[in-house]
Design a protein around this ligand. Sequence first.
Ligand code: NAD
Ligand code: 2HG
Length: 630
Amino acid sequence: MTDAPTFIFDFDSTLVRIETLEALADIALAGRPEAEATRAEIARLTDAAMNGQIGFGEALRRRLALLPLTHEHVQTLADRILDEGTPSVRRNLRFFQDNAERIVILSGGFREIIAPIAERLGVRADRVLCNDLVYDDEGRVIGVDDANPLSHADGKPQVIQSLGLGRPVVMVGDGWNDAEVKLAGAADRFYAYTEIVRRERVVQVADAEAPSMDELLHAEGMIGRWSFPRSRIRMLLLENIHPAAVQRLEEEGYSVQSMKGALDEDDLIAAIKGVHVLGIRSKTTVSARVLEQADRLMAIAAFCIGTNQIDLDAAADHGVAVFNAPYSNTRSVVELAIGLTITLMRDVADKSAAMHLGRWNKSADGSRELRGKTLGIVGYGAIGSQLSVLAEALGMRVLFYDLAERLALGNARRVRRLDELLAEADVVSLHVDGRKENTNIFGAAQFAQMKPGALLLNLSRGHVVDVGALAQAMGSGRIGGAAVDVFPEEPRTNADPFDSPLRGLKNMILTPHIGGSTEEAQEAIGEFAAERLLGYLNRGDTTFCVNLPNVQLAEVSGGHRILHIHRNQPGVMAGLNRAIAEAGLNILGQHLKTDERSGYVITDVDRNYDPKGLDRLREVPGTLRLRTLY
Ligand SMILES: NC(=O)c1ccc[n+]([C@@H]2O[C@H](COP(=O)([O-])OP(=O)(O)OC[C@H]3O[C@@H](n4cnc5c(N)ncnc54)[C@H](O)[C@@H]3O)[C@@H](O)[C@H]2O)c1
Ligand SMILES: O=C(O)CC[C@@H](O)C(=O)O
């Protein structure tokens, strides 16, 4: 496809995501009792015309006759039409602006509505071929200009033929009247445009289906110049990730596949082939072996706080960026920790279980208030410190122990040694991160240092507590009660069985890793992690990336952006800039950020270069990944 084509774009449900007459019906009939029925009839007629079941001219006139349209209604829609641009058209604005001379907008719609979009796309008014509404003196719509072929059946092919456009001509639209342009020989290729609506009959006669502008430009050989089809970027989301994330990622044009449960290593290796982005929660282990086999992987999103399930160094060594949602479920965990503490102090779980077995045991023995008790928080990060504030508000004294320097909130008191905390606390709550070194940091020795009858909460990570030792300490009465939400071995799906030495113990509350499982938290995580992924994929932004240097970036404007991830070793920048010069790229701006392991260079360049030159950049020693954004 070397000859530059002339592109002809339909308007409704192609350049914009609306059908004009349905949107006008909403405006003109607002508040009227017949609104719903009339709108439905208009939609039916639109569909019949777009499927080729009735002629376009007839459908146009019948729909107009149903509406008490005025100039004011039309202007109302025109004023907000820029908000209705089709998503993939919006993100390919530059293609339109740079190719305006070979773009025609061809529509049975109305000039007032199309004009603002044409102007935004940079398409000149004389290249907008459409209908003109006719108004009476009072500004009421009384019809369309009958002399315009576009107000009749077969109008589109006639108009195109009369223009004598340079060939090849590429017609792009969602309706039968667009297909007719190709069927009548007035276009060389016809793409059924299905981003907004997909009509089987239209797709059947098309040369190809274009589910987005990206796909169209890719199919027309524009790749490497204007756009890469986002729909070809495959995302695999495991572990029941919130629909808000799926919706956000799909809205941006990416192909998303979701699965409910986690996958084991072998299944993940099989599933990850061809996947560009992996989304997981806490149950999927992304090992070095998985990363070795991931042939397309660019990014991983942990839709949770913990990232201990991912081999972060191996990911960095493959140039795979890892993101998480570090604060979105903090509050949910804190609320559960408070609730569990009260439940343990009042022996609620066992009393409730006994009631279910028909036993009534009204007694105050061993039941205590929170007020005045000492809470010892181990790990005073996002969760630990928020728990501190809420616990003090309930009248508890708070002590905390953390490896890092942490500011004490409220009246909380920092202790320098764990044994000090254990000796004083009535309740010990673990909120350390999931690093490997934290394996079994709570075992027989720590339980022996706790006050007799003290309570233990673990809502951090399963490997932090030696559960065998905890079971023994509970059995001996050393620990008065415990609430455990996380386990060294957790079932991958709800259908898998759960086992643990902690099962069946008195005043032992077991919950299935639900500290962060609230609707609020899951939605917030979904949105947050999806935005991090979009920032990275669309702009190269690595803010909140946990394994590569963080660089905050604006949209690419006026050029192309080359993203280069490399091993942090001497000579990479010199080699890269030499390769950039040899490839004939003109640098508009450049950032470099490194950490101990990796470097990340972002170079914005002028668009006029030979894409083959980029191969030189890939060959620079130390390169882990090269990606271009348009
Ligand atoms: N149960 C759930 O559903 C759930 C939900 C969210 C988070 N989490 C887990 O909760 C934990 C805390 O999360 P966060 O967001 O507060 O993490 P964070 O990184 O903000 O805080 C962890 C704190 O622990 C400290 N720390 C690490 N090891 C320590 C040690 N051995 N002794 C003392 N302090 C130590 C760190 O310095 C840090 O201040 C993480 O393990 C996370 O994965 C669990
Ligand atoms: O939702 C999950 O699977 C994990 C929740 C929690 O452990 C986290 O790390 O945020």
